[in-house]
Design a protein around this ligand. Sequence first.
Ligand code: NAI
Ligand SMILES: N[C@@H](CC=O)C(=O)O
Ligand code: NA
Length: 436
Amino acid sequence: MKPVKVGVLGLGTVGGGTVNVLKRNAEEIARRAGREILVSRASARNLTQQRICDTQGMSLTADPFEIVNDPDIDVVVELIGGYDLAKQLVLTAIANGKHVVTANKALIALHGNEIFAEAGKKGVMVMFEAAVAGGIPIIKAIREGLSGNRIKWLAGIINGTGNFILTEMRDKGRDFADVLAEAQALGYAEADPTFDVEGIDAGHKLTILASIAFGIPLQFDKVFTEGITQITRADVEYAEELGYRIKHLGVARHTEQGIELRVHPTLIPKRRLIANVDGVMNAVLVCGDAVGPTLYYGAGAGAEPTASAVVADLVDVVRAMTSDPENRVPHLAFQANAIVDMPVLSADDIKTAYYLRLTAEDKPGVLADVTRILAAHQISIEALIQKEPLAGESSVPIIMLTQQTLEKEMNAAIAEIEALATVTGKVARIRLETLG
Ligand SMILES: NC(=O)C1=CN([C@@H]2O[C@H](COP(=O)(O)OP(=O)(O)OC[C@H]3O[C@@H](n4cnc5c(N)ncnc54)[C@H](O)[C@@H]3O)[C@@H](O)[C@H]2O)C=CC1
Ligand SMILES: N[C@@H](CC=O)C(=O)O
Ligand code: NA
């Protein structure tokens, strides 16, 4: 049988890794797919640049449209990143009847509804396993492995760069900027690393996970997003003292009131497996009504772990390309005509427990004022630590864990606490999940 001809757009970290894995494992991959998978063309912005892969045997072009319009190409692999150009290229490939594999979560989270609709009309597949949690086959697990369940909730460490930064800061006391620079050099970070550290990348991935878990449209604009830039060393240490780790988590939960979609730093009990997922590793907990909690772990970024997912998608495409499009696994796990637009809760209506840290004057009555405000907002305190004042200072750090409360009650209470004359500066707040 003739080889399947693949055109790769972008030969950076993931593009280079994909070419390397396809070449190195060509025989094994062909045994699985039933046909040889050949990268016959690739596009790169700079044709003479040194890269991590060997481009022998491929025809290179600086114009990616040549590839998506080439009748000889069966599958387009989009690894350029970004929204606009990537969207044009993917839609053109689809219009030309080509299947698409992409690692681009920004593209899928923002334009996936339109892309899948177009793909449906043309009967082609758009695969995106590499877009969430890198090498972990989490899309496949939820879309196929858990298809007998009603998914109740999922929670994941879904940004490798962010987890790498938090781990290095905690274990080695390294500076934020220094670790971020290393993550960029290792090829983990997005082209714009604010996507990693401000939670935008995790928000894109959560959008995709929630859609395939609950059968809702992709709606990135509804995700509550907070990054890791405000986490201090002191918070990491106090959390440890209380038996918790701080992880950047994406959480999607199906509640009676609506769907929760949120990405933020989170205290997790140290005894949970997911609290011990360090470095560039990712992990996703998915709880189904039949199966209960399940956990998926693996490298969330990097050339070959991500290539592993891209190549697995290519194998799936090759296996299914001659099948009836109606009988393929639906893009968003639910049949396209069965996607239901359920309400997504606003940040104000989300209920979580909290870690609070404030700095107050070391005087009688201050703590009573703080606890009175919390009680007035029906917020119960679960644990409280008052530290000794630092040498030469009259104020003390107070750390509290609260029981679950509505975000709007917590916002109001924090505003009142910050207005107390005896409290200095802002109250630091980090959400807490027991994930039990
Ligand atoms: N790096 C990682 O660990 C992971 C990345 N991803 C996603 O994979 C995609 C690619 O990311 P990386 O490989 O890390 O980025 P990268 O920056 O290493 O590679 C992108 C490549 O595309 C090329 N490119 C840009 N514009 C082009 C154009 N007009 N024509 C041809 N080539 C062009 C760039 O020159 C660059 O070589 C992104 O969507 C990213 O979010 C997904 C999972 C993990
Ligand atoms: N920048 C991303 C890359 C993988 O999706 C990350 O760090 O997780
Ligand atoms: Na994946």
